[in-house]
Structures are given as structure tokens and as C-alpha cells.
Ligand binder design. Sequence first.
Ligand code: DQQ
Length: 489
Amino acid sequence: MSKQTIEQLRRERGEAEERFKDDPHRPRYHFLPPANWMNDPNGPIFFNGRYHLFYQHNPAEARWGDIHWGHAVSEDLLHWEDWPIALEPRTTGVDQNGCFTGCAFIRDDGTPTIAYAGITPADGLPRGRRESQSLAMSRDGMLTWEKSPQNPVITEPPEGLDVVGFRDPCVWRDGHAWYMLIGSGIRDQGGAALLYRSTDLMAWDYLGPLATGDLDSHGEMWECPDFFSLGDRHLLLVSTLGRQMYLSGDWADEEFVPRTEGLADFSPAFYAGKSFECPQGRRILWGWLREARSTQAQLDAGWSGVMSLPRVLSILPDGRLSCEPAEELRQLRGQSISYAGIDLNAGDQRELELTGDCVEIEATISMEPAARFAIAVRCSPDREERTEVFFDNHASALGIDSTRSSQDPAAETRVSSGPLTLLPDEPLHLRVFVDRSVVEVFANDRACVTERIYPTRSDSNRICVDITGGDGTFQRLTAWTMRDVWRGG
Ligand code: DQQ
């Protein structure tokens, strides 16, 4: 396939956004490809003053298959330009069935390099496929990529390990050595991140597992490992049992000692997260926000999969992960409404004087120990359709209840929640981002929950708050409409 120019891709994006403009579910300020399928973020990297985001992509239809690496570039993390597809499967050879997840890094001589999992059919192996690790390089500033003639650089799993998968390489430099972590799992035992070392990126020695999990609580397979230093700790991210898990701990002498674990997001809607470091040292995480509707609905829509907002990671003093929306997102705020110092009694319900399906809400609220506070978004006037972001102070739980988010019986709905304990006198601080079919919630910089929703009514655009079980006070609540980055915002 001959490569398209950026100009052609810009035109195609414009046409696609025009075609999809009346699709009520298509997000307006999240990244997604012009059309068809996207899953995992791959190899995010900051290079020559720009943010590069690659992603698992089926350019032919809105379902998983024939996996390529899509590529997009941004100067501000908000507005994106599509670049030519970076990697496509070959009809023969090491990746004829797909170029799966991996990472990007810069070699000592300045060459941008991708490490990815190549997939070939193989009878008798798990899922009938061979997974091996390959490299690709760019000599023109990341516009085009050449696969290494030495591929695959790691052909098969370590001898003697009965693995259920062997993919998603994560490469980094430490001192004189290159390291590669490969997502894996030992049959009937649990997920594993396998550690390799190399001096030239071509010959790799297996050092052993960097970390392993327990079958019941951590799943049998760890996909998409990501490993990096954060504050005074090291963080291992893995995707398992449909969730994004983290382990934070210490890395020294080629060993990782995990000390704290948790979920990077409480919902299965956020998956396969991959991070990168920005020049000022910020560590930003992207995740795939998968659809919660049928394959047929995705095919009919002509697109599937959304990238999360960029999330800035840090480590709390107790080793837990902290996650905040990137500062840049404030630039998308438009018209607003603010409330301050409003007392709410148990049982009170209020509707905000701002409506929309693309909004941000920031609220700081103090509440009695037994109180449960909720913000309903994408709410119809009769409240028949609504998605509830809730914090239950008594249960110390933050969540999203999407069970009434849609009157379409084919939309999957659920309650996703996880622990958030407020300190004495600590108010609840929420940032809620609604972007049509996406709801992303950040609470007190240490808890995140995300959901995909598909309201059917065009008037499901109200925002209501209520409190039950106890009283509370809005120290401040502001809601903004958000700009459309795909149509000139
Ligand atoms: N998605 C990729 C795999 C990875 C999985 C395939 C996680 O490399 O393990 O598209 O969503």
C-alpha cells in the first residue's frame, strides 16, 4: 500500500468528521481514528517537540482484526493530525496476522524505534498463533517505518515455561543495558512480566520474571506491561482480567520488589494503558476506552474505540497511584456556570443551569459521614435516562452507575466502583468529563472511574446533583461546555 500524505489524511479526517457529525455517540474532544477500529494505545512518545500516539488499528472495518499501528501527532495533547499508518502486517513472515501492541523509544544514535509483537498462525500454540518480538525503525522523523531485517529479535518464550501468551514488549534503557519486558502468563499459575536484557537490541538474554501474579486475583495473562520510574518508586502497569492494574515498588539490581497494588481505573472500560514521559518530567498515561455496545452496533456506526484523556501519573507517599487530568484540558473549557457555598440537605435534588453532552464539571463538596452524593449526567428531563457518578461517604466508594444510561437494550450497562476514603475534613473533589458516549471521573487525585454510555434521547443532556443519607455543602461547583477539537474547537 502506498503511503498517504499528511495532506490527504487531513482531507480524509475532515470528510470523516463531516460524515459522523450527526452521530450522537461520537466523542468531540477525545482522540479516535477517522474511522473503523481502534484498541490499545501503542508506543506514545514525545519526539522533536511533538506528541506521537500510535494505536492498534483495523483500518478496514469497525471490528478487531488485521491489526496495524495507526499513528497521530499533536503539539498540545488536544488537537491531532493523522500520520500514515506506521506498521502494517505483512502477507508472509513474522507479523502476517497482525502487528500487536508494543512501545517506542529513541536509540543512542537518535533513531526512533518501535518494538512490537508480531503474530503468525501456528497450530498447537495458544490461540493457534505464534507471538514473537520485532523491531522497526524510522529514518525520516517517524513519518515512515522500516521493519528490521533481523526480525523477530525474540522468537519464542523461554524454554521450560508453559505460557498462555508472549507479547506487548516494553523496552527501556538503564545504564549500559537495554531491558525488555514481555506480557505473559504461566498456565494455571498466573500473569507474569518476563524480563530480558540486551546490549544491542538484537540479542536478548532472559533474566526471569520481573513480577508474577496470583491466578485468582491477578488473572492468568498479563497484557501490555509498562514499567518506569515514578517519584521514588517504580511502577508496573499490567492489563489483566479486563482491568488496568498497577504494582508500585522498588527496582534495583535487576529486581523489582512490589510493595503496593491497586487499579489505575475502577472500570473495565479503561484498558491496555500505556504511558510516556514528557520533557518536563510529567508521566502521561493513555488508555483504550472500549465500547460497551454490540459488534453490530459498532459496525453500523463505522467506528469503534476511543482513547482516554491524557492522565498525569504520580506516586502518593504511601505508594498508591495518583492520577489527574492533564492541565492542557482546561484550554477546552467554553461557556460556564458556577455555584459556591450552597448547602444541600439530605434528599435535595438540583438541576444545573447548563446542559450539554460535552461538558466538564468540577465540584468540591464537604459532606456528612453518612452522605451519598451523586451527579447525574446525560440526564433526560424526566430522569428516565441518566448516568450517575456517585460517591458514598459511608461506604468510602466512588463509582459510575450506568444501569439507566440508555433505553437501548443492546447497550451494556453496569455499576463500576472502587475505594476512596476521605481524610477527616477532606472534601470530595471531583472532575467529571462527559464527551457524548464517554464519562471519565477523577476524584481527589487518587481515584479514577470511566464508562461508555449510549443515551438514546436527544434531550438526555441535563446535569443534576443530589445528596441522600446526610447533608453536604458545595464549596464550589463549576460546569463548562467543552470545545469540539475535531470541528474547529
Ligand atoms: N491487544 C493487542 C495485544 C494485547 C491486547 C492486540 C490487549 O497485543 O495483548 O490488539 O488489549
